[in-house]
Design a protein around this ligand. Structure first.
Ligand SMILES: *[C@@H]1O[C@H](CO)[C@@H](O)[C@H](O)[C@H]1NC(C)=O
Ligand SMILES: *[C@@H]1O[C@H](CO)[C@@H](O)[C@H](O)[C@H]1NC(C)=O
Ligand SMILES: *[C@@H]1O[C@H](CO)[C@@H](O)[C@H](O)[C@H]1NC(C)=O
Ligand SMILES: *[C@@H]1O[C@H](CO)[C@@H](O)[C@H](O)[C@H]1NC(C)=O
Ligand SMILES: *[C@@H]1O[C@H](CO)[C@@H](O)[C@H](O)[C@H]1NC(C)=O
Ligand SMILES: *[C@@H]1O[C@H](CO)[C@@H](O)[C@H](O)[C@H]1NC(C)=O
Length: 375
């Protein structure tokens, strides 16, 4: 009964929009395949290498708390070979990590790096750099040091524990990483990641790394923390998670560490082209979970049918937006309110009555029945 009523609400809304040929309604669209764009270079630097990307379906999808059964609003694709990030690994080499601990860090990082496409160039590849730290930090290798993941092996396994230094100065390590990463305006379409491996937190009375970690977060640097507990049950180091980008804090003893780190890298790598807005679990929360859909708000008033055609021309695979969950509906509304010039909160959605039934537009010809929900 409730379900039927809600379909009716949709229908009335849609028919009303359809009848008004010069409707003031606005359009937003969802090209399913435009997340993870290529790492565009600033236009002054080799514009000829800018190409459209093809995002491939993922074999390693992160678990989704709110996966849409229709697959219309989807998780970001996670094709590890197509991750294009600037990554700085910040590695604790103090006495307290121990030789065994450091060997685990080396194996973990080398495993991660071997599936990435590593080069020192700004292109369809990741760049990686290594910083080690104890009471002070050192750049072991800059971005220009590695042109392949094989180059990485000798350097990462060449790092040893500093047995004379038992202090853990995380702030110093992050400062060095930050200066290697540079500013977000250097390469606006490359995303920046720091992976911090540490055996201790707040050790040695150094200045707190919290303000710097907050500044990095504001600056959109994704900080992954990997806490190395010396013995099961000693959990002091776990507090380092407060430095991490939300959801990006891990510990050395979790069995899915590698998968979780790849998922974090894929999330960091999933973003929309300029002027498109990524669908996330919460419009106002910068750190909300991002999905593999990009929205575009078109402010030209149009009837539903013209809007629907216009939308398809906006980008390959684009179609009028779906609202198959309350979360998506709330996001669309918040987005429209935010960007509409005249504060008109109406817009077209991709629900249509065709061949005797309701369906959502998709990027292919399939008919998908709408899911009903209460407003
Ligand atoms: C790996 O990176 C190089 C250099 O940027 C690029 O030419 C190549 O296409 C990339 N390979 C893949 C599979 O993306
Ligand atoms: C850390 O290195 C800097 C620069 O090399 C130096 O000025 C400083 O004294 C060092 N600090 C410690 C505690 O060794
Ligand atoms: C990596 O390639 C770049 C560009 O070809 C070159 O300038 C650099 O010296 C190379 N680095 C290494 C470590 O081979
Ligand atoms: C991992 O270590 C932490 C302490 O750092 C502990 O709280 C947690 O229970 C451990 N997890 C497993 C699966 O052993
Ligand atoms: C969305 O995020 C904002 C800012 O963090 C928060 O205040 C709000 O409660 C969140 N909304 C929901 C529905 O979780
Ligand atoms: C069309 O899209 C729907 C929903 O995204 C998907 O389930 C279906 O497999 C797609 N069909 C083809 C032929 O790609």
């Amino acid at each position: 009964m409730t379900a039927f009523k809600n379909i009716l609400i949709f229908a009335i809304f849609l028919v009303a929009l359809n009848k008004k040929v010069t409707s003031q309604g606005t359009t937003y669209i969802v090209p399913e395949d435009t997340t993870t764009p290529p790492p565009l270079q600033p236009s002054t630097v080799q514009p000829s290498t800018v190409q459209p990307s093809t995002v491939q379906p993922s074999s390693a999808q992160p678990p989704s708390p709110s996966a849409n059964p229709l697959g219309l609003d989807r998780e970001c694709a996670c094709t590890i070979e197509k991750i294009w990030l600037d990554i700085v690994a910040v590695i604790d080499t103090s006495k307290s990590i121990t030789q065994e601990g450091l060997a685990q860090v080396q194996a973990n990082l080398d495993t991660i790096v071997h599936r990435l496409n590593i080069s020192s160039t700004i292109g369809y590849n990741s760049r990686i750099s290594i910083v080690s730290f104890a009471s002070n930090s050192t750049t072991v290798a800059g971005f220009n040091a590695f042109n392949s993941s094989d180059d990485f092996d000798a350097t990462i396994f060449g790092i040893s524990v500093n047995a004379a230094d038992d202090k853990v100065n995380i702030l110093s390590g992050l400062q060095t990483a930050n200066s290697i990463l540079g500013s977000s305006s250097d390469f606006p379409n490359r995303r920046r990641v720091v992976i911090l491996y540490t055996s201790a937190y707040d050790n040695g009375g150094f200045k707190s790394p919290i303000p710097l970690s907050q500044q990095m977060r504001e600056d959109n640097v994704k900080l992954i923390t990997v806490a190395f507990a010396q013995s099961m049950g000693s959990s002091d180091v776990d507090a380092v998670s407060e430095l991490a980008w939300p959801g990006f804090a891990f510990t050395n003893n979790q069995t899915d560490l590698i998968d979780q780190m790849y998922n974090a890298l894929c999330q960091a790598n999933c973003f929309c082209p300029p002027n498109w807005r990524q669908f996330t679990s919460n419009y106002t929360n910068k750190y909300a979970h991002g999905y593999g859909n990009c929205l575009y708000y078109s402010s030209i008033p149009a009837g539903w049918t013209p809007a629907s055609f216009s939308c398809r021309n906006e980008a390959p695979g684009a179609y009028l937006g779906t609202e198959t969950t309350p979360m998506k509906s709330a996001f669309n509304l918040a987005y429209t309110k935010d960007v509409s010039v005249n504060k008109q909160y109406s817009y077209h959605i991709g629900l249509e009555f065709k061949n005797g039934q309701y369906s959502w537009q998709t990027n292919n010809a399939s008919v998908v029945l709408p899911v009903c929900f209460c407003f």
